[in-house]
Write a protein that binds this ligand. Structure first.
Ligand SMILES: CC(=O)SCCNC(=O)CCNC(=O)[C@H](O)C(C)(C)COP(=O)(O)OP(=O)(O)OC[C@H]1O[C@@H](n2cnc3c(N)ncnc32)[C@H](O)[C@@H]1OP(=O)(O)O
Ligand SMILES: O=C([O-])CC(=O)C(=O)O
Length: 371
């Protein structure tokens, strides 16, 4: 038996949802640059789930369906109100609330194509209602009900803040959702596929995926990027801080990637958004610090920024609380997880690799009184 640490380079399945070939990311063959510049997140959801772009009627139908499913059962909201809200991280709350949602869905274990499609819509619609409701509950405010006349990105900002967002914020948030939606066999997507390959249900698959995304080596990095920027504080502090961290072999959050070695194609979009949004808020230092960190880490380590690096200053500029950055990633990646779960169901086989045993051999059992 031969092993590859962290399964690096191992091709574990076929998929037609998204691809990374020669550093180019596509969703069903559509280049991420085109989608980031032109597509709404709803169009991307349709594309990921159906393998083609929607026509106008199909897009309107999806938008309507998402709006009509967006309200979550009161029991899920009531349970969130019972948490030790000051101490609970929103990713942990989201993981539990999504699992809880399954308890209220009479179709949770119905594996028919129709039921799975309905569950997909419910999960995609309700994930952002949960994140925004949690955020408001811990601020002592009542959750805001989703509005049927607003698109997905606008509804998130509306439910979060209780007021209609401006177009610049909606467009920026939409682009961030498009950029994070899917990414081949990343750790959380793989987790989701392993889970449902036992023929477990969709709620279990996405709950497992949220658990995997939460870690700082994956989606949890974006919150830590902002924590690092806050700790550095000023542009002049960047050089000594980063040099010291690198000398001490501290990992710089938001840099490096298992697949991209010549750069993440999404980072340039987020860098540009960071530049624009920080110039609007007047807090250009977050962008300037980010650029400087990028220069030093690239120069000293040859590591390039991944999708998490510039998204931190983008979300900060949109006025979003830092511990909501990873839940926002989950809202977007929900679309990719569901696409992969549906693909797994369509051609399922249990995922069960082997481990090379490296433990001791021929051990002799010693009775308790002789140990
Ligand atoms: C959405 C996403 O999930 S994108 C990734 C988000 N995660 C992060 O940004 C966290 C920081 N980055 C990392 O930890 C890594 O680059 C990962 C997890 C993304 C990829 O990891 P791997 O492919 O396993 O690379 P690995 O961790 O083995 O790194 C290889 C070498 O580069 C170094 N390295 C990798 N990333 C970094 C980093 N961000 N800062 C400093 N050094 C790094 C490692 O220390 C290691 O050095 P060594 O060979 O001297 O021990
Ligand atoms: O693909 C990966 O390893 C990490 C990931 O989810 C992404 O970059 O979007």
């Amino acid at each position: 038996m031969s092993t590859t640490r962290g399964l690096e380079g191992v091709v574990a399945t076929t998929s037609s949802v998204s691809s990374i070939i020669d550093g180019v990311l596509t969703y069903h063959g559509f280049n991420i640059d085109d989608l980031a510049d032109h597509a709404s997140f709803e169009e991307v959801i349709f594309l990921l789930w159906n393998g083609r772009l929607p026509n106008e009627a199909e897009l309107n139908q999806l938008t309507e369906d998402l709006a009509s499913y967006a309200e979550v059962p009161q029991g899920v909201i009531d349970q969130m109100k019972m948490y030790d809200i000051e101490k609970v991280h929103p990713m942990a709350a989201l993981r539990t609330a999504i699992s809880n949602l399954g308890l209220y869905d009479s179709e949770a274990d119905d594996q028919s194509e129709e039921a799975n499609k309905r569950k997909a819509l419910k999960l995609q619609a309700q994930v952002q209602t949960i994140v925004t409701a949690f955020s408001r509950i811990r601020e002592g405010k009542e959750p805001v009900a989703p509005r049927k006349d607003l698109g997905f990105a606008a509804n998130f900002l509306y439910m979060l803040n209780g007021e209609e967002p401006d177009d610049i914020s909606v467009n920026a948030f939409n682009k961030a959702l498009v950029l994070h939606a899917d990414h081949e066999l990343n750790a959380s997507t793989f987790t989701a596929r392993v889970c449902v390959a036992t023929l477990s249900d969709m709620y279990s698959g996405v709950t497992a995926a949220i658990g995997a995304l939460k870690g700082p080596l994956h989606g949890g990095a974006n919150e830590r990027v902002m924590a690092m920027l806050m700790e550095i504080g000023e542009v002049d502090n960047v050089e000594p801080y980063i040099t010291n961290a690198l000398n001490n072999k501290v990992k710089i959050m938001g840099f490096g990637h298992r697949v991209y070695k010549d750069g993440d194609p999404r980072a340039k979009h987020l860098r540009e958004m960071s530049k624009q949004l920080t110039s609007i808020t007047g807090e250009t230092k977050w962008y300037e610090m980010s650029i400087k960190i990028d220069d030093i880490v690239t120069r000293e380590k040859g590591l390039l920024p991944n999708v998490d690096f510039y998204s931190a200053s983008v979300y900060h500029s949109l006025g979003i609380k830092h511990d909501l950055f990873t839940p926002i990633f989950a809202i977007s990646r929900m679309s990719g997880w569901i696409a992969h779960i549906l693909e797994q169901f369509s051609n399922n086989r249990l995922i069960r690799p082997r481990a090379e045993y490296i433990g001791p051999d021929k051990q002799v059992y010693v009775p308790m009184d002789q140990r």
